[in-house]
Write a new protein. Structure first.
Ligand code: GRG
Length: 313
């Protein structure tokens, strides 16, 4: 039975405490991912097991949280929002699986477990990433994500742009070119900012605008969440650079210190640790400032903007 795109069912009572609210979303999105990625008893089962291994390994589920909370501002059906959030998390997970491959970042640890290619094998990990990416679009195109086909079409287009060569894939390409000395890439704050706005920022931005798209919000409200998502995405990445320098493998669930080991230019090498922290806080404050059009119903989005720069994992 398809879900309606707008509220036709009771909204769940939002938890007031951010940690509890994030845990609640994490559990809900994990369940939805499990429903959307059933493992059949057929020959192709291995690739679906690898998709489930990576997608159900936890993680902060920040993008689903942003998506479901911004959708709630416009009384979007919680189940529909969770469906789109699960699709977004599939794309995020695919990017991690492929980023961990030997041809890219070559990592052994992700979300506190062996990376997908370590647990299975390289070819299976490539196929698992491909499977997650394509399944995500199948899910968003299905009426369960929204009753209005024009809204589904807009979600697909926005998500493709965010994930593709003018978004995350393009940012990853620039990052690899810088790291491997392909072409003469500038390595100043402006260039690193643009690279991260594509690589990390675009999926976070999608998480913040999917709700207003689903809720057919006014251009003003959509623009506010767009600006919030843009600043938050960059704040998140700067905090990630800081954590790569200061965090432990146990807290992060991934290998720290990789940027320094690869001699990478990051916000920390450009601004110093304190300068990077200050810049992240400034962007977080700016993100919160964009929410002034909303009342207390946006308090969780304000709280998560602060969490993003103060987190330890
Ligand atoms: C392979 C097309 C392709 C893209 C890879 C996102 C990405 C692009 C690579 C990941 C490398 C990386 C560590 C980027 C820094 C920021 C980032 C996206 C961290 C991982 O996201 P979290 O912290 O992860 O939200 P969890 O596990 O909590 O979901």
């Amino acid at each position: 039975m398809p879900d309606s795109g707008t509220a036709s069912e009771p909204q769940t009572t939002p938890a007031t405490d951010l940690v509890a609210a994030m845990a609640e979303t994490s559990a809900a999105v994990g369940e939805r991912l499990s429903e959307l990625l059933p493992a059949p008893d057929t020959a192709e089962r291995r690739v679906i097991e690898a998709m489930r291994y990576s997608a159900l390994a936890g993680g902060k589920r920040l993008r689903p949280f942003l998506l479901t909370r911004s959708a709630a501002l416009f009384h979007v059906s919680p189940r529909a929002a969770l469906t789109v959030a699960a699709a977004l998390e599939m794309i995020h997970t695919y990017s991690l699986v492929h980023d961990d491959l030997p041809a890219m970042d070559d990592d052994d640890l992700r979300r506190g477990r062996p990376t997908c290619h370590r647990q299975f094998d390289e070819a299976t990990a490539i196929l698992a990433g491909d499977g997650l990416l394509t399944r995500a679009f199948e899910v968003v195109a299905d009426p369960a994500s929204h009753t209005d086909p024009s809204v589904r079409c807009e979600l697909v287009r926005e998500l493709a742009e965010a994930a593709g060569a003018r978004g995350m894939v393009g940012g990853q390409m620039i990052d690899l070119m810088v790291e491997r000395g392909i072409g003469a890439q500038p390595q100043d704050v402006a260039a690193i900012t643009r690279m991260h706005q594509l690589k990390t920022g675009r999926l976070i931005l999608f998480a913040c605008i999917a709700g207003p798209i689903m809720g057919k919000a006014s251009p003003k409200m959509r623009a506010s969440l767009h600006a919030y998502g843009r600043d938050l995405g960059l704040a998140f990445q700067i905090a990630d650079d800081v954590l790569d320098e200061t965090g432990s493998a146990q807290d992060l669930g991934k290998t720290p210190g990789k940027d320094a080991a690869h001699g990478k230019t990051t916000f920390v090498t450009l601004l110093g640790l304190d300068g990077a922290r200050d810049r992240a806080r400034l962007l977080s404050d700016q993100a919160v400032g964009h929410l002034e059009v909303f009342g207390p119903e946006a308090d969780m989005l304000r709280a998560v903007a602060r969490y993003v720069v103060e987190r330890d994992r």
